[in-house]
Design a binder for this molecule. Structure first.
Ligand SMILES: Cc1cc2nc3c(=O)[nH]c(=O)nc-3n(C[C@H](O)[C@H](O)[C@H](O)COP(=O)(O)OP(=O)(O)OC[C@H]3O[C@@H](n4cnc5c(N)ncnc54)[C@H](O)[C@@H]3O)c2cc1C
Length: 374
């Protein structure tokens, strides 16, 4: 008999889990149903940067996870046959005004490169060299260039992965679901029992787990970014992403599309309204980087909800004392980077069972989940 697996949440974690559940050995023995209500999804709002290597975060578990995620991308994109409009290693540039800061960053890049082949080449660039690589920029600083850094379109990635899996063993249902105290999934067709349930619900994990008597350490944060259509876009379609010191990230997507962002609004929580003051602020940043850019270049604003745990670290794995369930949340501002690795690990665990040891990537799950009875 085929094993029935449910996934609640179709962001980067749920979509990657669904993709691997359709391709890993043994996939033909499972039937997967993914439920997603499509409200506020962080992954679809994100037009993202995959370049964790120069992060100053001291959390080594997070770094190993983010590095594994960045390493997994080229393989995932190749295997799923996804195009360069979804993901491309255009390179990333992190700028620094002060020469000693630039040198510190360069030394960090050299050190990290020793065991991170995906980084590719590392170089310091003068301001003129940065501008030569990204001719859209009028106002530039020197920077560190990493050739293996990439940009990814979260919405396109999620849609394509779900399409690939739907051609095999996945059914996608666009609806809001809840859980019962005894672990059934309540859908529009009634309460259903699954053999395994992956709860990859991002910022909504807390409300989903409440009926099981579990309090998850997750808070929501609003994020916004702007999309611009740039006139006279140079012919180069693969300009690097720039992370300029003191300004918003600058992500050229090719075909005249430019993304600038993103905000981190703790007060915004689950609020999905576009804030005109925030839009003006993002546009201001874009205009400082690219003088001459006018407000009529603005084509859209994307809003999503990120999930954070108190220690800002992602967490994922089998739910203690509820062995049908696997959960993931807390991916924060780097979830497009860590998400595919988390989705792949969860898919393997849902298929093959066992007691995984993911301590190289995260603290025990009990750090983030408590019983509401206490
Ligand atoms: C503006 C912005 C820019 C970002 N930029 C970057 C970047 O440059 N690089 C990077 O690495 N990361 C970036 N991130 C972070 C990254 O997007 C997130 O960490 C990641 O996408 C989270 O993925 P997830 O699958 O955990 O959650 P989500 O993508 O939020 O998916 C969760 C899904 O679960 C669904 N759901 C929840 N509850 C239910 C329910 N009861 N029933 C049905 N469905 C439900 C939600 O509707 C949602 O679709 C950015 C985020 C934002 C908002």
């Amino acid at each position: 008999m085929q094993k029935k697996i449910a996934i609640i949440g179709g962001g980067i974690v749920g979509a990657t889990a669904a993709y691997y559940l359709s391709t890993l050995p043994g996939a033909q023995q499972v039937k997967v149903t993914l439920f997603d209500d499509g409200v506020g999804q962080a992954s679809k709002a994100a037009a993202g940067i995959i370049s964790p290597w120069l992060s100053k975060r001291r959390n080594q578990r997070w770094y190993r996870l983010a590095k594994a995620g960045a390493d997994l991308y080229p393989e995932l994109i190749h295997d799923a046959q996804l195009g360069t409009e979804v993901y491309q290693q255009t390179g990333t540039i992190v700028t620094r005004e002060v020469p000693t800061d630039l040198e510190v960053l360069y030394q960090l890049a050299q050190k990290r490169r020793q065991d991170a082949a995906t980084m590719g080449e590392v170089a310091t660039l003068t301001a003129a060299e940065v501008q030569a690589k990204v001719p859209l920029l009028g106002n530039v600083q020197p920077g560190v260039f990493i050739s293996g850094g990439a940009r990814v379109d979260g919405a396109a990635l999620v849609n394509d992965l779900l399409d690939r899996a739907s051609a095999k063993n996945l059914t996608v249902r666009h609806e809001h679901v809840t859980l019962t105290a005894n672990g059934q999934v309540v859908t529009s067709l009634g309460a259903r029992q699954f053999d395994r349930v992956i709860v990859s619900a991002g910022a909504w994990l807390k409300e989903l787990l409440a009926p099981l008597g579990i309090v998850a350490d997750v808070r929501a944060q609003k994020g916004q970014l702007i999309e611009l259509a740039v006139k006279d876009y140079p012919l180069q379609e693969n300009m690097p992403v720039v992370m300029p010191e003191g300004e918003r990230d600058f992500v050229p997507f090719g075909h005249g599309k430019l993304i600038v962002g993103a905000t981190h609004e703790d007060d915004g929580k689950f609020n999905l309204t576009v804030d005109s003051a925030v839009t003006a602020d993002l546009l201001g940043s874009a205009q400082r980087l690219m003088p001459g850019l006018t407000a009529d270049s603005l084509t859209g604003v994307r809003v999503g909800t990120r999930a954070y745990a108190s220690d800002f670290a992602p967490f994922f794995g089998p739910l203690p004392e509820h062995d049908t369930f696997l959960v993931a949340s807390g991916l924060g501002s780097s979830g497009l980077t860590t998400g595919p690795q988390i989705g792949r690990l969860l898919a393997g665990s849902a298929l093959y069972g066992g007691t995984p040891d993911w301590s190289e990537y995260e603290l025990p799950l009990t750090t983030y989940l408590a019983s509401s009875a206490k």
